[in-house]
Design a protein. Structure first.
Length: 196
């Protein structure tokens, strides 16, 4: 069973629908014990960092996430909240990764919206079978400024930023795999297979 964390940050239904199309058993939950006992965890999200972290704290999920030892996938806002800090709402985040979520400079149109390439910089089970330079769907105004050792893929929008991260059992992507066609479904399949 894969637990999809529900913390009022949106985008939960489309992730659940994509997993069900792959034949994966999944549940949408905000229960810390259910999250800890799952075979894998997906942490999706759309919205603002400060409000999202407040919801995690209310449900006591903020202290659970760093303790998870099963495969874990953060998506979009979920990825950004796994870093140390977000410039959005000056938010101290969960510190699973060393990155800082920074606002795109005013010279770039935000949100960064639509299809863009992911350049794979490190071998990862999350991206097995995915062609380097494949396109994924992005919607975000903040980007992850991450350490090189935790970066598994980058994307260029004015400059290169981290779009895929990996550290031990934790994975994260800035784009929305559930909205990214065949390549996104392949990434979700890879994650699902890690949870078996």
């Amino acid at each position: 069973m894969i637990a999809i964390i529900n913390y009022k940050a949106g985008n939960v239904a489309s992730v659940k629908n994509a997993l069900e199309r792959l034949g994966s058993a999944c549940t949408v939950t905000s229960d810390p014990e259910e999250i800890l006992s799952a075979d894998g965890v997906i942490f999706p999200g759309q919205g603002r960092a400060g409000a999202a972290l407040s919801e995690l704290q209310k449900a006591r999920i903020d202290t659970v996430i760093p303790r998870i030892t099963k495969p874990f996938l953060g998506i979009c806002l979920g990825m950004q909240l796994l870093g140390r800090f977000s410039e959005e709402d000056n938010t101290k985040c969960l510190e699973v990764f060393q990155g800082i979520s920074r606002k795109f400079p005013p010279t770039l149109k935000t949100p960064h919206l639509g299809w863009n390439k992911a350049e794979l910089t490190k071998k990862s089970p999350l991206t097995a079978g995915i062609t380097n330079g494949s396109y994924f769907y992005f919607v975000h105004s903040y980007y992850m400024d991450a350490t090189e050792d935790q970066t598994a893929g980058t994307t260029s929008y004015g400059f290169d930023f981290t779009s895929i991260m990996q550290k031990d059992n934790f994975f994260a992507v800035q784009f929305h795999p559930e909205k990214s066609g065949a390549q996104g479904l392949r990434l979700l399949t890879n994650f699902y297979e890690l949870c078996l």
